[in-house]
Design a protein around this ligand. Structure first.
Ligand SMILES: NC(=O)c1ccc[n+]([C@@H]2O[C@H](COP(=O)([O-])OP(=O)(O)OC[C@H]3O[C@@H](n4cnc5c(N)ncnc54)[C@H](OP(=O)(O)O)[C@@H]3O)[C@@H](O)[C@H]2O)c1
Length: 274
């Protein structure tokens, strides 16, 4: 198993994204993933599947200390009372006393960082999470959050795949010693079929999805691909036995200019320009 380390957190490089996986499909995906060697699960209060993540974890027989579990609190719940209620409910859903990583899922521009990040840090001080971090934070938001936080923010979870340029936020996160966790690492299904990724994959006996994940791993970031398909689960973990050449990495990096952002809801911040 490989990890990305940041501020004392050891985050398994590949995790299972579970957004949209519901009911028994989610339970089975989580169980299968942990039994085939995954050690990292990504859920959120908003996904409505924390209960199923917990069930899948217990059904897998995995030891608690071997699984890194992340959940998130949304922008409407960042004031202290709401935050505490939501994380308490997440722990009830998961049937766990603590998670490994708790993230602010999306910032709320109407709530000062002192308050939202304060709520986040309190959850850690109360023993509800081992580590805290953020998601969808821009370079400016990172600086502002770090200026007020009492606990290290161990990661920034952001959209990352070959079709988007995230160099600025990557550099800003690294400046703060944070890990990057890449969501939509196969561009929500747009990676399979893409010419360059298919061609590079063929040369290594791998699929385009595996090339995208390998590109992220070689850039030093974690990735949390989502799938309920057993064959894809296996593929997505099987990215540590080949290496992309400097030329292949450069070709994939050039695709960043496509600038395709898959996730851009109305509550998104003003993103850093490439
Ligand atoms: N923090 C945030 O704001 C945020 C936002 C978005 C997502 N996330 C997290 O990131 C996770 C991943 O992002 P995502 O679910 O949006 O997109 P994604 O993982 O990039 O793409 C998922 C899609 O790719 C397909 N797929 C997976 N593995 C494949 C493979 N090996 N070959 C071919 N197709 C494959 C899946 O279909 P099959 O099921 O058929 O395999 C699914 O349709 C989410 O589940 C969630 O946990 C976080």
């Amino acid at each position: 198993m490989q990890f990305v380390e940041a501020h004392g957190a050891r985050i398994p490089t590949i995790g299972l994204g579970t957004m949209t996986l519901k009911e028994d499909i989610c339970v089975q995906a989580v169980k299968n993933a942990l039994q085939m060697g995954y050690h990292h699960l990504d859920t959120a209060a908003h996904y409505g599947n924390e209960k199923e993540n917990g069930e899948g974890f217990r059904a897998s027989g995995a030891r608690r200390e071997d699984v890194f579990i992340c959940t998130k609190v949304r922008q409407g719940d960042l004031n202290p009372d709401d935050f505490q209620r939501v994380i308490d409910q997440s722990l009830v859903n998961l049937k766990l006393p603590y998670v490994d990583l708790l993230l602010i899922h999306w910032n709320n521009k109407d709530i000062p960082f002192k308050v939202s990040v304060g709520s986040l840090c309190k959850a850690k001080k109360d023993g509800k999470t081992r580590h805290v971090g953020v998601a969808n934070f821009t370079t400016t938001m990172l600086d502002e959050a770090w200026a007020v936080t009492s606990e290290p923010l161990v990661c920034n979870q952001i959209e990352m795949h070959p079709f988007i340029n995230q160099d600025k936020v990557l550099a800003a996160s690294k400046k703060h010693g944070m890990a990057i966790v890449a969501y939509c690492p196969i561009a929500r299904g747009k990676v399979p079929g893409a010419d360059a990724l298919e061609r590079i994959g063929k040369a290594h006996g791998k699929t385009a999805a595996q090339v995208s994940l390998r590109y992220l791993v070689q850039r030093g970031v974690c990735a949390i691909p989502r799938t309920g398909t057993p064959d894809h689960l296996k593929q997505n973990l099987d990215v540590f036995d080949f290496e992309l050449s400097d030329g292949e990495m450069a070709e994939l990096k050039k695709l960043n200019a496509t600038n395709m952002r898959v996730v851009n809801p109305p509550h998104a911040p003003v993103w850093d320009t490439p």
